[in-house]
Write a protein that binds this ligand. Sequence first.
Ligand code: AMP
Length: 378
Amino acid sequence: MRTLDDLGDVSGQRGLVRVDFNVPLKDGEVTDDARIRAALPTIEELREKGARLLLVSHLGRPKDREPEFSLAPVAEYLADLVGTQVALAPDLDSVPDGDVVMLENIRFEPGETKNDPELAQRLGALADFYVNDAFGAAHRAHASTVGVVEHVGNSAAGRLLQREVETLTGILADPGRPLVAIVGGAKVTDKIGVIDAFLEVADTILIGGAMSYPFFRSQGHEVGGSLCEAEGVEPAARALEQGAGKLRLPVDHVLGKEFSADAEPITSDEIDVPEDLMGLDIGPKTAELYAAEIKAAGTVFWNGPMGAFELAPFAAGTRAVAEAVAATDAVTVVGGGDSAAALAQFGLDDQITHMSTGGGASLQLLEGKTLPGLEVLQ
Ligand code: AMP
């Protein structure tokens, strides 16, 4: 992987920097700036080297240049962070000169997600060199992440992309032991690739969330009204067979009548779920067992909540795991998405060694798949 160290002298040159500023906005204000801050090391390093920057990002999934998908609030926010003006270029034909310029949402261009060669070429013509620092978009082959590269002579991964790749591949290649993977969330089929990868290298895999139920069903248990992905049962059975001794399933759980913050939580040691109830969280015994594994770990990877953590009566399991991950002396790596949201909800997100900025991308990388945006930077 080429890094900023391989770019050579970029003084006076214009660099097109693909960043991931796909941040949540509310009423035109940035409500979570983690992704913007995560790109600052690259932006600052390139500016110190004398480069002028054209920042390119997507925001959401616009269909037709809807104003709520404008990057204008992000440009304003970044200007405050870097202490310089950040002009917003409305399109590729009107990019002003300036030290830091941001292009309007690249998905306003219909060719972006199609990796359209003409758009890629027009993007490339705007820059002397290219840097991709958008880990959260590196698993997509789009014009601004893949196509553009062949039209710019000099390209590299930014510091965030570099750190993401080094950390995530590092925990598979040479982890401090024991390596404990915590995998939760809704669906087995979303996570089976990463479970398979961890079956090879991890010492222990802790399963939680709704995806426990296909595992239980494969063992012949009743799952009642629990969210239980039918297509997940077969992969779950196979993982259980391969992972004997490594895979841990919940030993108790918290049931409720419905997926609602008003549902009364019912703790149960019985794995079979009655027909009129659904499993909505891991139980206290499971939380304690999982916390002990996390405490004794050398490396912890976590992706996916242990239950319906958005609902107060069913958040305790995810909270217990989040607290254990925050407190352990192990190296802790958290895949983006809901686990990151849970840690933020509990105010523990600053106690993690590496919080990935890309949910889908981090899973793909751990599954051993190449990321298109990374491949072109070799
Ligand atoms: P994922 O996107 O696959 O990580 O899944 C996260 C979502 O799964 C969250 O919105 C949780 O509310 C939901 N979830 C986790 N466990 C359960 C459960 N036992 N029942 C229903 N939903 C759940």
